[in-house]
Write a protein that binds this ligand. Structure first.
Ligand code: TRP
Length: 482
């Protein structure tokens, strides 16, 4: 075991770990992405599928990722190599770690641009720009932002820089501190907004939109997006949760932590949805407005409500911080891989990887203006393409492979010792990760292959996956030998 590379740091307490993992899970996915894709895919039925995916796929994959992280005790690439070796699996399992490192960087590239919007909104709000603003004024402000490459790049850069600086500082001093006051604050403001939503007169309609399923609106593509979002919102499939679990000591319960994380994450998304759609309906806005939805609705509420200036400024500050705690977890797998396996200092790794992410992010910036009509995947802008490939393909694929590893390769007594569940519950877990979760993911993938809508992207990615597999067969690089 002498050359097994292990993570050195560890969380101060169990609750700090839970906070950090909630910090990773709760982010733009809940506040920005969930409402806008729910709007695009027609509401209730989509939400129902999403909730099922959280329960039947998300939570089991979350447990799986925790097991792999704590057991592998390293960055995702090395952790997979470690657990594969100890369970007599193939070296090629390390490819799962590469998939994660890559997905994390790609996601962060657009994440940083959108978080930049929230930064811009924070500054606007502090300056009182939303006081008395109506839906039209807010819409114009948003259009103006999207049209300006200089503004977009400025705020994208500011957010990316902040992420890099925090990650460069390392686990304790950087990440833990930021998170402790964030989540309670966010929840508090969402409750205030919920109070406002009930006064709009459209709360019931919003509730119905979210929770009354109309299955005629459900397509296989929508199911794929709902499943992809379950992965995205719980930070699954790419190693965020794995690295965080690699810093967890043995006496803590990963099951308890996992359930808390899934619960908090889901509640926050649903609250955000309720609030946003109340405002959408009250102002005659379009639920399917797309990525701008959050930014075109909430300022209207802040413009009207008492104390809106204060709450608006606080809210966007919290969005930025929620995004920050997620962004950290998106880049952490790559940074810890460089640090542990490529003998690079944490500071250097953070700056190098941050620079790469920043450059890719420029593609997303352009996709809202100069490249708006340029398609990378069929019918999809640069931003949409990266989002599609990561959330709907790389993450589910990563998660699928993780459950397959735990179910079929990892020794049962290791899993048992990690989860510390009663026998019946352990069997339920095994049943889900052996059969339910993988088959669900495969069915959703397969139906998208035949649905034509996503044919080309799915084929391209399948070939890509196969190539990565081949390359790995030949040469398991970046992994320490025993
Ligand atoms: N879950 C975060 C959100 O909802 C984003 C995120 C952080 C993420 N780490 C991740 C998404 C890992 C996918 C994989 O905003």
């Amino acid at each position: 075991m002498s050359q097994l590379k292990l993570s050195k740091g560890s969380w101060s307490t169990q609750s700090v770990f839970i906070m950090a993992a909630v910090g990773s899970a709760v982010g733009l996915g809940n506040l920005w992405k969930f409402p806008y894709i729910t709007g695009e895919y027609g509401g209730g039925a989509f939400v129902l599928v999403y909730l099922f995916c959280i329960l039947l796929i998300g939570i089991p994959v979350l447990f799986s990722e925790f097991i792999l992280g704590r057991n592998g005790k390293a960055n995702p690439v090395q952790a997979m190599a470690n657990v594969a070796r100890e369970n007599n699996g193939s070296k090629a399992w390390a490819a799962l770690g590469f998939n994660g490192v890559l997905a994390g960087l790609l996601i962060l590239s657009f994440y940083s641009v959108i978080a930049g919007w929230a930064l811009f909104y924070f500054v606007e709000s502090v300056q009182g720009k939303f006081v008395g603003a109506d839906a039209k004024a807010v819409g114009n402000l948003f259009e103006g932002l999207l049209g300006s490459q200089v503004e977009l790049i400025f705020w994208h850069s500011l957010f990316a820089l902040t992420t890099i600086v925090i990650v460069a500082k390392g686990l304790k001093s950087g990440i833990e501190k930021a998170i402790n006051f964030l989540m309670p604050g966010l929840f508090f403001i969402l409750l205030i907004l919920l109070g406002y939503a009930t006064t709009t007169g459209y709360f019931a309609q919003s509730f119905e939109f979210l929770f009354k399923p109309d299955f005629s609106k459900l397509t296989w593509n929508a199911v794929l997006v709902a499943m992809g979002h379950a992965f995205f919102t719980l930070s699954l499939g790419m190693g965020s949760m794995m690295v965080y679990a690699s810093y967890v000591s043995k006496q803590h319960s990963i099951v308890k932590a996992g359930l808390w994380i899934a619960f908090a994450d889901t509640i926050i998304a649903l609250l955000a949805g309720l609030v946003i759609f109340s405002i959408v309906f009250a102002n005659g806005l379009e639920p399917g407005a797309g990525p701008g939805l959050l930014f075109q609705t909430l300022p209207v509420a802040f413009g009207e409500m008492a104390g809106g200036w204060l709450f608006g400024s606080l809210f966007f500050a919290l969005v930025v911080m929620a995004a920050l705690s997620s962004a950290i977890s998106l880049i952490e797998p790559a940074v810890s891989w460089f640090e542990q396996n490529w003998a690079m200092s944490r500071i250097k790794a953070a700056w190098l990887l941050g620079a790469i992410v920043w450059v890719i992010g420029l593609g997303t910036v352009l996709s809202f203006n100069a490249w708006a009509d340029l398609h990378f995947l069929p019918e999809k802008s640069f931003f949409d393409s990266i989002d599609f490939i990561t959330a709907n393909i790389m993450l589910p694929l990563g998660g699928l492979m993780m459950t397959i590893f735990i179910a079929w390769v990892m020794k049962k007594q290791v899993v048992e010792a990690e989860l510390e569940l009663q026998t019946e519950l352990l069997n339920v877990f095994y049943f889900i990760i052996k059969w339910i979760a993988p088959i669900a993911v495969i069915i959703v993938f397969a139906s998208n292959l035949v649905s034509k809508e996503n044919l080309w992207p799915m084929i391209a990615v399948s070939i890509g996956v196969y190539l990565v597999y081949l390359v790995n067969k030949v040469r398991a690089g970046g992994v320490a030998e025993r």
